[in-house]
Ligand binder design. Sequence first.
Ligand code: ADP
Ligand code: MG
Length: 594
Amino acid sequence: MEKEKFEFQAETKQLLNLMINSIYTNHEIFLRELISNASDAIDKLRFASLTHSDLLEGDSEFVIRLTPDEKAKTLTITDNGIGMTKEEVIKNIGTIAQSGTKEFLAKLEEANKIAKKAEEEAGKEAKTDATTKDLIGQFGVGFYSAFMVSDKVTLITRKAGEKEGWKWESAADGTYTIEPCEVEKHGTSITLQLGEAYAGEGAEQDMTSYWTLESLVKKYSDYIRYPIKMEETTEEPARNDKGDIDDKLPPVKKTEDKTLNSQTPLWKRNKSSIKAEEYNEFFKHQFHEWEDPMWYYHTRAEGTVEYTALLYIPGKAPANLYFQEYEPGLQLFSRSVFIMEKCKDLLPDYLRFVKGLVDSPDLSLNISRELLQQNHTIKVIGRNLEKNILKQLADMLAKEREKYEKFWNEYGRSLKAGVYNSVYDPDTKKDQLADLLLFMTSKEGKLCTLKEYTDRMPESQKAIYYATGKDKEAIEHLPQMEAVKDKGFEVMFLLDPVDEFCLEALQEYAGKKFQSLSRGDLDLGDVESETSKKETEDIAKDNETLLKDFKEVLGEKVNEVKLTNRLKDSAVCLVAGEYGPSFAMEQAFAMANA
Ligand code: ADP
Ligand code: MG
């Protein structure tokens, strides 16, 4: 049979063009894509061989092999997987079947156009918008990514159980050729004719170097289930007859077959077989941390969406946790193949301190950051994980109080922000979060939960009292504390500017309203204060002109001058209006606007 020439489908051409001329930053992902295809092909053969063992042709040792050729400037990726027939080569390699890929294409082109336009407008020196680059660099595009690093790609394949082998070749010029060829072993090998920047000395990234390939495999494909092998050649100084090193003799070359990947990801192993130290070591290795985590959680879910998640809370909150530059998010894998470093669409922002990874076969490798937000699988997994985390934290609070308080001191602010966020997002798990809050109070000088507070409230107490201030002492000295303390009521100390926002969002707990000591009229809710309220009103009426005079003197500095029943020994106190912002909130606003 003759060599046949084919035109690429229009979309394929478009994708190829983007590959060659694109502004992709992450060229190295081509290896991940080709290795993942090889692994898929082996999966398929392994599965088929369960019922047709002859398909293995006596070779059941699955392997993916990298063969670089420094001189020829080529890199070959070989697998002994299922292989392809001629029709399959045309269908799978010549066309883009995935609707997802088509969508990416449209988005990509749009992004490219925007970037180009921006560059033109800003003059030659302008750099492409970083976010656009990010978008484009974040997803793989399968087989065609090979063209990001190569001028010509040759694919040789033979389907397991078939006699004919096929050679496919393209220089990405809009056409490809197919011809029959002898292929000894079933499976596929892909040879890349590497471009200038990717081979030889002085290359930007030498894809024929053992070191480069090893590190790329470790980075992207470490947990591929099949061994990824490569020969390593090392030189040792030659020795003479006596066994001493002799510089005059040519060095001795030694070639060893090495397996580059560790194959079993920790998270895929059985929970009961993993020790705490292993979890901790993995955390440090995987997320470049120095200290052990304070918490980890390993879960596997099967059902509508299948996934494994391994989550951690670092021992210390990063200093920039609440700054713009902090990038939250979990690592994303699909069948142990790395997709993305920081997927921030899984967990709500108030859990931004959680690190970890999610591995789901229901996720496609070809997923862009933009599309993630609408991705159903991501949504389902994210919701489940949020639920799990909240439940785990509640357990910690109930069973390991000391540990929880340590957690609270590092990350409590995030949970408070979560409660506050319920103002904007009704889906926020406000009630569960409320149970996780801790506050200092006037009793015992210990952190306490809202439940602990309300459980020990005397019958006569109708509201949950709180006061804001910069520290405990400042609050203790508030004139307003007197009357409340006198009644034996407990007061929550809100020392963090976000505390009050948090309670504002909650409004009440266990049917009890929150009431500030420094806002509006203090209703201590008993008969005594009802009568004194009446008395106060009468006195106010009698002294109307005096109060008016006060207001005139103070002018704009205050809204109103009132008589109050909330003081015991002090003569005056400043309070905020019932509905306006409180002092603490005003301060927080001032801080935010500074
Ligand atoms: P995807 O892997 O997402 O399907 P790719 O562009 O990576 O998309 O690959 C396209 C198709 O080509 C694959 O689905 C598969 O059918 C075929 N293919 C690619 N590489 C191999 C291989 N090494 N062995 C067998 N088939 C392959
Ligand atoms: Mg693929």
